[in-house]
Design a protein around this ligand. Structure first.
Ligand SMILES: *Cc1c(COP(=O)(O)O)cnc(C)c1O
Length: 401
């Protein structure tokens, strides 16, 4: 049972079938004039229309990239370099994806100033903090739509309104929210928005940046002038075709999937919190994606829990995929203000709409068993003795185990 859909998803059969001819028969370069090139160009145009439709944009506002990371880089560096003469101050949050965070770190080395808005225990920023952070030098606000580790959804619409009033460019990384909740560039009041294909059952290595008409960015890749000079290089035609199809399917199924996933999510949260002692939900209960939950269990090492779950056939993660092979504490969970020890005991579960055979009760039982087993061995858990009653919290008749 694959429960790590925030890390990546399986390419759906419909998407794969649509891509396949563009690897073999329809291999033309879309910039050429003869028939096979024109066919590729047509396929690109259709994909661009599909991506645009999925976010209520115009096709000419969609720029294909190699994925979410490149889109974030293009948006942030593209605006920073374009507007550096106007000001060098950028506002973001302290729970952004590394593609945003490390891009901003790079800009700091070039003398840009970055304000990292705190999130509170609910994983959300406060609008008041944002208002206070804005200066005459502020050229860009970049705040992610939904967080990839805890699934919380930021008040993008409201941030966008403030940015627009103050005439500051506003970018959001919508990689996790896209396909899960409504992403409408008009309603969200954004100037730039990042998308990635492999998080929505499309192929890896493709994505797009929405750039609102009239917003200028400096390109990162110079060359033959593809994508109106914003992103040179011969287009990844099969990938883009697959991405376009994945966007079409995601928007058609959005409401149906939302209903289905959010009801599984709610049942999962309710049962885990009711069954397992000292279990907590990370991030706000209400403002969250329908498919993502992140728990923490006291006195548990997340990595050990992942391995036990894997042995029982469940693939989930602790922290994010990007940092799971390092043993560093998750910066996102740390930003919530949690005790560093508790940060290590987290479990991220991200569901896919196609996981019909997923049985919540069975899964919660497996988590419960695994958590108890690990706690039996954990010195941290044994420290939690109730010395007054001379018993631990686990055994009824314990005399200090
Ligand atoms: C996965 C992810 C990215 C990176 O997208 P890639 O296509 O893998 O480069 C960026 N932002 C968020 C929030 C993500 O979840």
């Amino acid at each position: 049972m694959y429960l790590d859909n925030s890390a990546t998803t399986q390419v759906s059969e419909e998407v794969f079938n649509e891509m396949e001819p563009y690897f073999t028969q329809e291999f033309g370069n879309p910039s050429t004039l003869y028939k096979i090139g024109r066919e590729s160009k047509k396929a690109l145009d259709l994909a661009r229309q599909r991506v645009a439709d999925a976010i209520n944009a115009k096709p000419e506002e969609i720029f294909f990239t190699s994925g979410g990371s490149e889109s974030d880089n293009l948006a942030i560096k593209g605006i920073a370099f374009k507007l550096a003469k106007k000001g060098k101050h950028i506002i973001t949050t302290n729970i952004e994806h590394p593609a945003v965070k490390n891009t901003l770190g790079f800009l700091e080395s070039l003398d840009f100033k970055v304000t990292y808005l705190p999130v509170y225990e609910d994983g959300l920023i406060k609008i008041e903090d944002l208002k206070e952070a804005i200066t005459d030098e502020t050229i860009l606000i970049t705040v992610m739509h939904a967080n990839n580790e805890i699934g919380t959804v930021q008040p993008i619409e409201e941030i966008g309104k403030i940015a627009r009033e103050k005439k500051i460019k506003f970018h959001t990384d919508a990689v996790q929210s896209f396909g899960k909740i409504e992403v409408d560039v008009e309603k969200l009041n954004v100037d730039l928005l990042s998308l990635s294909s492999h998080k929505i059952n499309g192929p890896k290595g493709v994505g797009a940046l929405y750039i609102k008409k009239g917003t200028r960015v400096v390109p990162l890749i110079h060359g033959g002038g593809q994508e109106k000079g914003i992103r040179s290089g011969t287009e990844n035609v099969p990938g883009i075709v697959g991405f376009g199809k994945a966007c079409e399917l995601a928007s058609q199924q959005l409401e149906q999937h939302y209903e289905k996933l959010s009801s599984i999510r709610d049942e999962l949260i309710e049962k885990v919190l009711a069954t397992i002692p000292e279990a907590y939900l990370n991030g706000d209960r209400e403002n969250r994606l329908p498919n993502l939950v992140n728990f923490r269990f006291k006195a548990i090492e997340g990595e050990s829990l992942i391995l036990l779950l894997d042995a029982k056939g469940y693939q989930a993660s602790t922290g994010s995929a990007c940092s799971s092979n390092t043993l560093e504490a998750s910066p996102v969970l740390t930003a919530l203000g949690l005790d560093p020890v508790d940060v290590h005991g987290s479990l991220r579960i991200s569901l896919a709409p196609e996981s019909d055979e997923f049985d919540v009760d069975e899964f919660v039982n497996v988590i419960e068993e695994s958590v108890s087993r690990l706690r039996e061995m954990s010195p941290l858990w044994n420290q939690e003795l109730d010395y007054d009653g001379v018993m631990c919290k686990k055994h009824d008749d314990c005399r200090l185990c």
